[in-house]
Design a protein around this ligand. Sequence first.
Ligand SMILES: Nc1ncnc2c1ncn2[C@@H]1O[C@H](COP(=O)(O)OP(=O)(O)O)[C@@H](O)[C@H]1O
Ligand SMILES: CC(C)(COP(=O)(O)O)[C@@H](O)C(=O)NCCC(=O)O
Ligand SMILES: [K+]
Length: 288
Amino acid sequence: MREMGEIWLALEIGNSRLHWALFIGETLYSAWDTDHIAESVIQQLAKCQTLDHLLLAISPPHQKIREENTSSSPSSSSSPSSPSSPSSPSSPPPLLVASVVPSQTAIWQTYPNIRVITLDQVSLKGVYPTLGIDRALALWGAGKMWGFPMLVIDAGTALTFTAADANQCLVGGAILPGLGLQFATLGQQTEQLPLVEMQNFPSLPPRFALNTTGAIQSGVIYTILAGIKDFIEAWLQLFPNRKIAIKGGDRTLLLNYLQALYPEITVRLIVEPNLIFWGMREIVMGDE
Ligand SMILES: Nc1ncnc2c1ncn2[C@@H]1O[C@H](COP(=O)(O)OP(=O)(O)O)[C@@H](O)[C@H]1O
Ligand SMILES: CC(C)(COP(=O)(O)O)[C@@H](O)C(=O)NCCC(=O)O
Ligand SMILES: [K+]
């Protein structure tokens, strides 16, 4: 960033939704999620005169899904998301984008001050060309924050495991359908299976079910949990002083289940939804 206290926006474009962060220099001021945004809305952003207008356009209050204010000094301004900084920009703030959805990246190109992060800008060693930028950045952010070796579990649209060794070199990882995708696929690709809604089961379902919905819940949840446990155990055997972080929209649900089934491995998990933003900040600050 050009100035220490400059306001900038970070955007992670995931396959289900958008993940946003507002930074003032190195400080993450707030973070929130929204649905994907229509091209017509994005085209209007260049005309926004104030930061408040811009934030309102990208995340109208009814659309905001998660919001977390991390600033120690809450703002007294009218909008809860915008910092009370006196230097509200007259043009839209710089926008840093990390996207695993190229069609969405394309429609953001009209934003006046955009920088799209590519894999070559992440200093992680040993990456392969098609590695998702979200996986690279989350791993980089986690490793820079808590140290390497690091394993990142991303419970997003896809569930991914991505690991690096003490030399900050990619060890590798794995990709499987995320929780929501598993339920959706069963509901959509079969004649007789219903679409199971996840919010309906906050606690662990019975293992052996006597109805169809229960059987789907049991099958998906217990095998995902067993899979996560197995990857964690394999990782723990690989290196000394290794760490594990978890992010993604299903992290809280999965953590609650993991806590109930495998409390001894769950205590080892660093839970951090903002890993990608820590990775982006490393890149921005590295430019100075
Ligand atoms: N309000 C929500 N909208 C969409 N997905 C949600 C929401 N809350 C939790 N989720 C869960 O988040 C998962 C997607 O994770 P997320 O990290 O947002 O994905 P991505 O980064 O791939 O867009 C879905 O499987 C879904 O179950
Ligand atoms: C695996 C992913 C689809 C995960 O995306 P997400 O679930 O976070 O939307 C994404 O990281 C991706 O498209 N990766 C490219 C393939 C790879 O990482 O090997
Ligand atoms: K993601």
